[in-house]
Design a protein around this ligand. Structure first.
Ligand SMILES: [Zn+2]
Length: 315
């Protein structure tokens, strides 16, 4: 049943690492996500002012326009919470022994209590993949899932890209699952907004292929060129149908090796199937956890205190 997903991932085997590498190797996986929402709440700070930046409309169309912004922490943090809830629910985040105290007693870490902000455990797949800032004596970890602020086209579509850096195929599957499963965005429950994520493409390369602002500007050019300016109302189909044009324009400037997932529907339906079947999902999450712990023990714990202080946790 998982054969299709496994086959597609194997076709791109050289894009992934067998184990999380100690040093950066610039193997990028980029997931292009069109975020569709009807809620304005995710574009406000403190529920009051609309977050707006003045930016060039397109790449060819150079007029300046105000664009609503979806900040990066509002994109990634909800997806982390989705994944973390799943790990907790499936009892993946077991208690582990992380050393001995001065009386020789085991120090137990309750990984199920790991929190994204402020109380990161440093020993779970979420910490190892999405990164965490140094607290107490936990060291820190650079995020390997990155994005940037997203900029909104009318009614309301936010083309974004999530960049995965030096991940295993299991980590890739987990991040993709988090993107597909997350529908509630916004830091606080009373201001949450519903978003539907459409995955437009998945690309592997040794350079970054897409940026959020560029995607929005390229879409502006393509859609506006049909009638001179951007219509007040856009549909998801206009984005999906125009993606090949935007993709071509974006890739025209790229220097580097790259390939893409040709059977995107197969990949996405494979992830859907995986996430629907607990008997398949559990071993996948256990594998994810094993690898994170192996990395923590074999690499992180030896590197503690030897990294510089400029960490981007992506949270
Ligand atoms: Zn953790």
């Amino acid at each position: 049943m998982l054969e299709q997903l496994t086959n597609i991932l194997n076709q791109h085997g050289n894009a992934f690492h067998q184990q999380i590498p100690r040093y950066r190797q610039n193997r990028y996986a980029q997931i292009v996500v069109l975020r569709e929402t009807k809620s304005h709440a995710i574009f406000t700070t403190e529920g009051q002012t609309l977050d707006v930046e003045r930016l060039q409309a397109g790449i060819t169309n150079r007029k300046q326009i105000d664009r609503v912004v979806m900040y990066k922490r509002k994109q990634i943090a909800p997806e982390r919470r989705t994944g973390k809830a799943l790990l907790r629910d499936m009892d993946i985040l077991t208690d582990i022994v992380v050393g001995k105290d001065n009386k020789g007693k085991n120090i137990i870490l309750k990984r199920s209590e790991c929190q994204i902000m402020g109380n990161s455990c440093g020993h779970c797949p979420d910490c190892i993949l999405y990164g965490y800032a140094a607290t107490k004596d936990t060291g820190s970890q650079r995020a390997r899932v990155l994005t940037d602020s997203g900029f909104v086209l009318p009614q309301i579509f936010i083309p974004t890209v999530e960049t995965l850096l030096d991940v295993t195929s299991t980590e890739f599957t987990y991040v993709l699952g988090n993107i597909l499963k997350t529908t509630r965005y916004g830091a606080e429950s009373n201001r949450e907004g519903f978003i539907r994520n459409h995955v437009l493409g998945v690309y592997f390369s040794d350079v970054e292929l897409f940026s959020n602002l560029e995607l929005t500007q390229l879409y502006y050019d393509v859609i506006a060129s049909e009638r001179g300016n951007l219509p007040d109302y856009l549909s998801a189909d206009q984005f999906i149908d125009n993606w090949p044009k935007v993709e071509k324009a974006a890739l025209a400037q790229v220097v580097g090796r790259r390939h893409k997932v040709e059977n995107l529907d197969g990949l996405l339906s494979g992830v859907h199937m995986l996430y629907e079947d607990e008997a398949l999902l559990r071993p996948m999450l256990q594998d994810l956890d094993r690898e994170a712990q192996r990395y923590e023990k074999g690499v992180k714990s030896k590197d503690k205190n030897s990294e510089d202080g400029e960490e981007d946790t992506g949270a």
